[in-house]
Design a protein around this ligand. Structure first.
Ligand SMILES: C[S@@+](CC[C@H](N)C(=O)[O-])C[C@H]1O[C@@H](n2cnc3c(N)ncnc32)[C@H](O)[C@@H]1O
Length: 222
């Protein structure tokens, strides 16, 4: 089964011997990739909706992996069980991911690793999780067709970050890998467009957006 570059990169970041809960698995392509890699990974594919989970079940069956990938129906982290050490949530907005985490504080206390790929509001996700018992262990960009995505790995523990680290990502800002400039060039442009659309009386939002544009310029134009 063909997997896109974004899901493949997420799969490659999962450690051997993990027991993973893929929240919002949709077609379960990631789960199929995970078990086929032969890194002794156990995958549990879970989704809030019956339609996607049916599709997941069909795909799993077609690959003859019924015995290896479990499917669970339910919202967010309600499908968690104590054997799971890694939770993956990808392809959702940052605010939805925060909502899912907020709804299950007990699960958040127990699980060791979170592999998240929020489509937006990444700074809010980092701030929320770092206030709730995690630090940022790894950050990766991945290009998939026209888009560049962030993947952030959180582990249990505590670290302090400053504004710039929360905004750009503490590992991204340190390494400034090949996709960093391209990603933040686009972020700058979208904020410049936003500034032209924001009404004049949205003073704080305009101020904040200008500050972010300045911050991005300082990092990508040296
Ligand atoms: C855009 S797809 C992302 C699929 C896959 N994770 C990926 O990265 O390509 C979002 C999936 O998440 C599911 N979903 C949305 N909200 C959810 C929630 N609160 N709990 C579990 N699944 C959810 C949807 O039903 C859908 O199948």
């Amino acid at each position: 089964m063909k997997i896109n570059d974004r899901l493949k990169k997420i799969g490659d970041l999962v450690e051997s011997n993990s027991v993973c809960l893929d929240v919002g698995c949709d077609h379960a392509l990631l789960d199929i990739y995970l078990v086929k890699q032969k890194k002794n990974i156990k995958a549990i594919a879970s989704d809030i909706a019956e339609g996607p989970l049916e599709q997941a079940k069909n795909n799993i069956k077609r690959e003859r992996l019924d015995g290896e990938i479990e499917t669970r129906l339910g919202p967010g982290l309600t499908t968690y069980s104590d054997d799971i050490n890694t939770i993956i949530i990808s392809g959702m907005g940052g605010r939805s991911i925060i909502g899912i985490c907020k709804d299950s504080p007990k699960v958040l206390k127990k699980v060791k690793t979170l592999i998240l790929s929020p489509n937006n509001y990444q700074e809010d996700v980092k701030r929320y999780l770092c206030k709730n018992g995690f630090y940022i262990d790894n950050e990766q960009f991945v290009r998939d067709k026209r888009f560049i995505y962030q993947i952030i790995i959180f582990k249990k523990g505590k670290k302090k970050y400053n504004k710039k680290e929360y905004f750009f990502g503490p590992i991204f800002i340190k390494n400034k890998g090949p996709l960093f400039r391209e990603y933040y060039e686009k972020e700058k442009k979208s904020r410049e467009i936003l500034l032209t659309l924001l009404p004049k009386n949205f003073r704080y939002k305009r101020y904040q957006t200008r500050k972010e544009i300045e911050m991005i310029k300082n990092e990508i134009e040296d």
